[in-house]
Design a protein around this ligand. Structure first.
Ligand SMILES: [Zn+2]
Length: 320
């Protein structure tokens, strides 16, 4: 699982807040008990002195009676617990109450990310995702067909509005009845005709049904794969994609063309097909242009895809 730098920083800050809260609360309790029961301070002095003597002894190389110091320490600890319980407090009342007992809110357990840390990362990354304005507003409800012309296209025999309305209905019912065995789509058409909006609308609906959707632009996916392949990132985008129930690749063809990217695109699509993973691939390129760019072997993989031709006039031009 891979998270952005920003998500790691936020999780780190949250862990620090948890630690600080636990430690501040423990310190407040300590002061409160010491006020009412000054013996606590004496007991704490004994504990501190015993520890100091061990450290001093070890540093000077002189022999230290560690056993007797350990005994002193245990005795004092027992006294402290007794003081607390006799006065009606739990015996660990003065210990910081970390929200994670495993890692004491450090986020690291046995040299690895603690489960609490991983959970936090997921939570933050999910909330960033759902807060991201584009995703939040790109639903089926906000998709407006009025931007598509009602004028019949002489060549096609229907209007862009009619065609897009039918495509919209089809995609909506696809998303609402999505299962891991659903089919795949290829969205083609110029920029600004709603390909990304409808991809995200499918993503929103399918995610709400509890499925795991991976969405990324071809450019970002390939860049990340390349970074990982060459050890410049320790994420695992391929595993994330493997774990997804629906894979959405936006803007295929806009990624930088290199020997690596060409192989990676083929592998990405091929693996998903071999795993019978439903996919939505969108591109400004037509099937023919796709074939020119990636060759027959990539395009032949898309044979089983339902093709939706986004037609009309760039919505962003109309909205201006
Ligand atoms: Zn933990």
């Amino acid at each position: 699982m891979k998270f952005s730098e920003d998500v790691y920083i936020k999780a780190e800050a949250e862990l620090k807040k948890r630690r600080d809260n636990a430690e501040n609360l423990a310190e407040m309790r300590r002061k409160q008990i010491a006020n009412k029961h000054p013996e606590l301070l004496e007991i704490e002095n004994v504990i501190r002195d015993a520890a100091l003597e061990v450290i001093k002894g070890l540093g000077s190389g002189k022999s230290v009676n560690v056993e007797s110091l350990a005994e002193k320490n245990l005795e004092a600890q027992a006294k402290k617990k007794k003081l607390l319980t006799e006065n009606g407090y739990p015996e660990d009342y003065l210990e910081p109450q970390y929200s994670c007992k495993k890692c004491s809110d450090s986020g690291i357990f046995n040299g690895k990310l603690c489960s609490c840390h991983l959970e936090l990362l997921k939570k933050i990354s999910m909330s960033e995702y759902s807060c991201s304005s584009v995703l939040a507003v790109s639903t089926f409800d906000t998709f407006d067909l009025k931007y598509y012309s009602e004028n019949k296209d002489i060549n096609l025999g229907y209007s862009p509005r009619e065609y897009m309305e039918a495509s919209y209905d089809f995609l909506k019912s696809y998303a609402e009845s999505f299962t891991k065995n659903s089919g795949s789509f290829f969205f083609t058409g110029a920029t600004g005709l709603g390909k990304t909006h409808l991809s995200l609308a499918v993503m929103n609906t399918v995610s709400q049904k509890g499925y795991n959707v991976f969405y990324g632009s071809a450019d970002n996916i390939i860049k990340e794969m390349e970074k990982e392949r060459f050890g410049r990132s320790n994420g695992d985008i391929e595993e994330e994609i493997n774990n997804a129930d629906l894979l959405i690749i936006d803007d295929l063809g806009t990624e930088f063309k290199t020997a690596f990217s060409e192989t990676a695109v083929y592998q990405l699509i091929n693996n998903a097909i071999l795993n019978s993973k439903p996919m939505i691939i969108s591109s400004n390129l037509s099937i023919n242009e796709l074939e020119e760019r990636y060759g027959q072997r990539v395009v032949s993989r898309l044979n089983s895809f339902e093709v939706i031709n986004f037609i009309g006039t760039d919505i962003r031009q109309i909205k201006k």
